[in-house]
Ligand binder design. Structure first.
Ligand code: ADP
Ligand code: MG
Length: 227
């Protein structure tokens, strides 16, 4: 089985004024291809920092990050941006949709960034919205949708990228437990049906029922495998 994510002795130290905060203190993370892996831990344990280092949104102070066979550590910002666009789908807690665009346009935008031909953009956008159960919501604006539906749009947008790796930071953090379960179920289906690897950061107990593997972050280190 191929390894999709591997971090080795990862440190991230933030400097704010006089203070130093070590958000990561030697984090070793390994995620195999085709797995749904949950990363749990208390608030402030470094989950977002680790996810951002894996996704090339943040740079570690020390240590190495290998994702999809590439070593990210020495890349320029431009290289990281291009790579993210081609290889990653991001899903955030607060959905991150563009409020002035329709549901359709939010997803279609991703296919433009990928420079798909016009005809294919349309077909692919429709398909991704069908996939998340929003086939009838194309023309609505994000603020006309429920939180769960908005998160589905964000997932459709990540799918539109055809990325082999999806990263999600607290994607159910703003959802009630019934809706959260539906979203986790959708993630589960995507991992089962597409060749996608998913790393999801959460402190939601529910995620244990859906993940193949639950890892815990404590004080900036991955402390073990809960199942
Ligand atoms: P989590 O996502 O698990 O809540 P974070 O990765 O956001 O944890 O944060 C880990 C630690 O790093 C916290 O103590 C937080 O305050 C600190 N931290 C995170 N981002 C920054 C930043 N940009 N500047 C300074 N400190 C930060
Ligand atoms: Mg966080």
């Amino acid at each position: 089985m191929a390894t999709v994510i591997e971090t080795h002795d990862l440190w991230r130290i933030y400097h704010t004024g006089e203070q130093e905060v070590a958000a990561l203190r030697g984090a070793n993370l390994r995620v195999e291809r085709g797995r749904f892996v949950a990363l749990k831990g208390r608030s402030g344990s470094g989950k977002t920092t680790l996810l951002n280092c894996v996704g090339g949104l943040d740079r570690p102070t020390r240590g190495t990050v290998q994702v999809l066979g590439q070593e990210l550590t020495d890349w320029s910002d431009e290289q990281l941006t291009r790579w993210r666009r081609e290889q990653l789908g991001f899903v955030f807690q607060s959905f991150g949709l563009i409020t002035t665009l329709s549901v359709y346009e939010n997803v279609e935008l991703m296919t433009r960034l990928r420079r798909l031909p016009a005809k294919e953009r349309h077909r692919h956008t429709v398909e991704c919205l069908e996939r998340v159960g929003l086939g009838k919501w194309h023309d609505h604006r994000p603020d006309e949708l429920s939180g769960g539906q908005q998160q589905r749009v964000a997932i459709a947008r990540a799918l539109a990228n055809n990325a082999p790796l999806m990263l999600a930071d607290e994607p159910t953090g703003e959802l009630d437990s019934v809706t959260a379960a539906e979203i986790l179920n959708l993630f589960r289906r995507i991992v089962d049906e597409e060749d996608v690897t998913l790393l999801i950061v959460s402190h939601d107990q529910l995620v244990d029922d859906y993940a193949d593997e639950v890892l815990h972050l404590q004080d900036g280190r991955v402390v073990g495998d809960g199942g």
